[in-house]
Write a protein that binds this ligand. Structure first.
Ligand code: IYR
Length: 290
């Protein structure tokens, strides 16, 4: 009895530790985060809450130890070129015409494209705005035929499952008009594959750095990249290989904070390449002017 009562505090402490561990695991499993006092007070969600995916659950927010030292950024005068109204209208229409010729192409020529063009296109994509200027993107350009083929094998294996099981009948029916399937010849034939990774957080020597709105930032840079490709006379198809991200990331030796967002085969169209005869919604269907 005496032994039991002397052990009681120890037993209580062990039970408390176990309960705390269970509670922490449950919070981890459900993706719950520590709610900061200010958030509770304002009951507003953290800026990226709606963009989290299950692969990011283990990401903790910045702790005070891993905040970067405040860097004083000087503000400088900015006076971009101004055009006359006529010139503006002409440029806006010209750019629309160029972009309206863009089509998603799935048939590629093997013809090489100068590396300098690709470098310039990636530089252009890197001009996108990003949350707190974190520039949370990595563009992996693959030219090596063996690595392209390894990527193809992973993607075709997963896409076959996607088409047959994961996507469901409605999805498969909806994309029938595109006449695509899990066989992706373009992953071998296109001279380059550009794989765009979103950095879900940054890695500093002191810890993790929050990459605000990283998915939106990287998506904007992808849009700019598509415009740059079109401007250079190259073609691509925006692909989002379902379930391939982790395997592709490992082959490319990219770190865990990087998640595959888009894969773009890039090159010239093959002779006789075809595209679906889609039309675009007219202005009055896509714009509301108040
Ligand atoms: N990612 C698949 C399926 C696919 C899905 C949509 I939504 C498309 O607009 C086109 C294809 C593929 O690339 O085949």
């Amino acid at each position: 009895m005496a032994l039991f009562s002397s052990l009681t505090p120890v037993i209580v402490a062990v039970i408390c530790i176990c309960l705390a561990a269970l509670w922490r695991d449950k919070r981890k499993a459900t993706g719950e985060r520590k709610v900061k006092t200010e958030e509770r007070v304002s009951s507003r969600p953290w800026v990226d809450d709606d963009l989290r995916d299950e692969t990011e659950l283990s990401v903790e927010e910045n702790t005070s130890e891993c905040l970067e030292k405040d860097v004083e950024v000087q503000h400088i005068l900015y006076s971009p070129k101004r055009y006359s109204e006529d010139e503006m209208i002409c440029r806006a229409n010209g750019f629309y015409q160029l972009m309206n010729e863009r089509r998603s192409v799935r048939f590629f020529s093997e013809e090489m494209v100068p590396r300098e063009v690709i470098d310039s296109i990636i530089r252009t994509a890197g001009t996108a705005p990003s949350g707190a200027h974190t520039e949370p993107w990595t563009f992996v350009v693959i030219q090596d035929p063996e690595i392209k083929h390894q990527i193809r094998e992973i993607i075709e294996e997963e896409e076959e499952i996607n088409y047959k099981k994961r996507m469901g009948k409605t999805w498969v029916a909806d994309i029938k008009q595109v006449r695509t399937n899990w066989i992706k010849d373009y992953l071998d034939t296109a001279p380059y594959l550009i794989l765009i990774f979103k950095q879900t957080y940054g890695i500093l020597p002191t810890g993790k750095k929050t990459h605000y709105y990283n998915e939106i930032s990287v998506s904007i840079s992808c849009g700019i990249l598509l415009a740059a490709l079109q401007n250079a006379g190259l073609v691509t198809v925006t692909t989002t290989p379902l379930n391939c991200g982790p395997r592709v990331r490992i082959i490319l030796r990219r770190p865990v904070n990087e998640k595959l967002l888009l894969l773009l085969p890039v090159g010239y169209p093959a002779k006789g390449a075809t595209v679906p005869g889609f039309t675009r919604k007219p202005l009055d269907e896509i714009m509301v002017f108040v």
